[in-house]
Design a protein around this ligand. Structure first.
Ligand SMILES: *Cc1c(COP(=O)(O)O)cnc(C)c1O
Length: 364
């Protein structure tokens, strides 16, 4: 299939030529060649910068969801208490995932169009429930929102909660992520969002405390984190690593770091602002509540009245614009423009807004 000329789906993002070139090369065996280890370590260092951490970064084969599952399964035992702070599809989803592996989960939930603000309830729950882990999502992609995580991390630190698990899959590289300053023990990312690489890899920064817990839990499975404690030093991975995928991740990280992280964040902010302003001018209502923090990487808006999402999405695609719908309770009601990584581009958003204007005009 040819790609749409105006790709604005919030992941997988359009893969730029520099990243595609390394993904399509032939490599030898990642299990045998020392060049793979060099690449792995270089990529790890770049991801440390993007995640704002000195902690070791595990790079696994499989999309972002893999890091979400592997971090839970490697650190939780049945009966462990998890405090899930949820403001959207992923936040509530992580609570369900933890419950499915036997954790006792308490959820502090907000409506899907809100972001974390007042932490009084969370603080009370920490004192009362004594969780082993707090979970939260930075960018709630389906809602187009960005949860502030610093204050939550400060509470984790104040009460010495063993683990802070944070999904930064859709923000890392497009918005500041400061895993160490925010006391994040498991900081989870994926390849196909702001890093503009194919949907094949996930990565996560793991704190020393999390490694201790990983060793104590001793979870065994294809998605287990424990083997990665020694794998890069001993060149003995639990399965053949995906050299292509690591090379693409490295190239995607290179693009962001050579632009400069501050410049990347500013680009994402200004494109997002332009997108929100443009939609508003077209009479399209933004989904996040006025007091919520909108994400610089994705904008969620309401499907216009009088047209079904399937029809609306198809009309946009007929004009070459691919956007995302949404999930869970937002399915059919919310559509999304993903301006992350290569797609955080003013020209692209301008063209997307032009198509939206044409399609709205034809509807009215
Ligand atoms: C994309 C994304 C993931 C990972 O989902 P995949 O389907 O594996 O790409 C996890 N969390 C958030 C917030 C995401 O946007």
């Amino acid at each position: 299939m040819e790609t749409y000329p105006i790709p604005m789906v919030p992941g997988p993002t359009a893969v730029p030529p520099e990243v595609l070139a390394v993904y399509r090369k032939n490599y030898g065996s990642a299990d045998l060649e020392p060049e793979f280890l060099t690449l792995y370590h270089q990529t790890e260092q770049k991801l440390q910068q993007i995640l704002g951490t000195k902690n070791r970064v595990v790079i696994q084969t499989g999309e972002g969801m893999l890091s979400l599952w592997s971090a839970l399964k490697s650190t939780l035992r049945p009966g462990d208490r998890v405090l899930a702070v949820a403001t959207g599809v992923f936040g509530y989803g992580i609570a369900e995932m933890a419950a499915s592996i036997g954790a006792e989960v308490r959820t502090i939930g907000l409506p899907y169009n809100e972001t974390i603000a007042d932490l009084a309830d969370v603080e009370r729950a920490i004192v009362d429930f004594q969780p082993k882990m707090i979970t939260a999502v930075h960018c709630e992609t389906p809602s187009g929102t960005l949860n502030p995580l610093a204050a939550l991390g400060a509470l984790k630190h104040k009460y010495d909660v063993p683990l802070f698990y944070a999904d930064v899959v859709a923000s890392a590289g497009g918005a500041p992520v400061l895993a160490d300053d925010w006391h994040i023990d498991l900081c989870l990312g994926g390849s196909q969002k702001c890093l503009s690489a194919p949907p094949s890899m996930s990565f996560l920064a793991v704190s020393d405390r999390a490694w201790d817990i990983i060793h104590a839990v001793d979870y065994v499975g294809y998605d287990a984190l424990k083997p990665f404690f020694t794998a890069p030093e001993e060149h003995y991975f639990p399965y053949t690593p995906n050299w292509h995928g690591v090379a693409a991740l490295n190239a995607g990280a290179d693009l962001l770091l050579s632009e400069g992280l501050a410049a990347s964040f500013a680009r994402h902010e200004s494109v997002a602002e332009m997108c929100r302003r443009g939609l508003t001018e077209l009479g399209i209502a933004l989904y996040p509540a006025p007091d919520a923090v909108p994400s610089p990487t994705v904008t969620a808006a309401l499907v216009p009245e009088g047209v079904a999402w399937a029809d609306f999405g198809a009309r946009l695609r007929a004009h070459g614009l691919a956007v995302g719908g949404s999930y869970g309770p937002l399915a059919g009601k919310v559509f999304r423009l993903g301006h992350m990584g290569t797609q955080a581009d003013e020209t692209l958003v301008r063209r997307a807004l032009d198509v939206l204007q044409t399609v709205l005009h034809n509807l009215r």
